[in-house]
Design a protein around this ligand. Sequence first.
Ligand SMILES: [Zn+2]
Ligand SMILES: [Zn+2]
Length: 326
Amino acid sequence: MKPGLRIVIGPAVGGISAFSHIVFGWNGRADGRHIMALSDKAWGLSDNQDFYVRFWGVRGSIACPGEKTMRYGGNTSCLEVGCGDRLLIFDAGTGIHAFGADLTSNRGVVGGGFKTDLFFTHTHFDHICGFPFFAPAFDPGNEVRIWAGHLLPERTVREVLIYLMMDPLFPIPIDTMRAKLEFEDFQAGDTLDPGDGITMRTAPLNHPNRATGYRIEYGGKSICYVTDTEHVPGEPDENILKLIEGTDYFIYDSTYTDAEYPERKGWGHSTWQEGARLADMANVGTFVVFHHDPDHDDEFMDAIASDVEKTRPGSIVARENMVLTP
Ligand SMILES: [Zn+2]
Ligand SMILES: [Zn+2]
């Protein structure tokens, strides 16, 4: 761990929750049914299921379902990351709706006993709008711990989610979620310790209203999730380079192409070319193009896939339902 970084455990930051790892008992397997269902090969993962990322939403800005986006997907940001028995969620865009339905319908998450951590990169609408539709949050006996690193000191993530589900924006308040909700605000740059051998390094990103990049380390491997962020041409972001150094997968805000970027300067997003440059500079294993522009249809995304393959062979363009295992 780097000097000066803080480990955040339980209620040390934000002071809102009374969370402790002991209370949660993540290793308890008290009701093995749910945990076993979660690691069931029936849901189509590769043999190495210990550590994986699954994409439930890959779009930025606004969902864009339809004929022209069928192959890459139209839902906004939501990632599922499995670390052994633990299940982590990154962002709650529209993709989290199908994820929640999959948990309840196909993986036996019913009747309580399901525990998860939800990490927000930030709380722009495309990253939170699916939250009120995450079915497991309505089941008593489930536990959802919610993290954000961009809001302090002005706000907390709990406040933002209360506003999201408030009259006249939403018909039912957050209190109708019967799962136990815990809220953990931290400062982007902190190193988090969610337990069970998972280390989570974070970094501040360059985005309006701020955002947080994550590096999830587990079992000697790592996945970095870096969205939403804007680059400064010719000045690689040192915070990102440090975060992603040597990582296995680098998932990056590739909303635009370099050709489009000058017209979108100041909008808070980056390009796949900048992602490939950062990946090279930081000795990344595989670069993953993510947060696709809703105006980029499948044909356009195919062209990006072909271009990125020429630039950095082996790179991947994220698609809905894709699973990657480091
Ligand atoms: Zn976004
Ligand atoms: Zn944003």
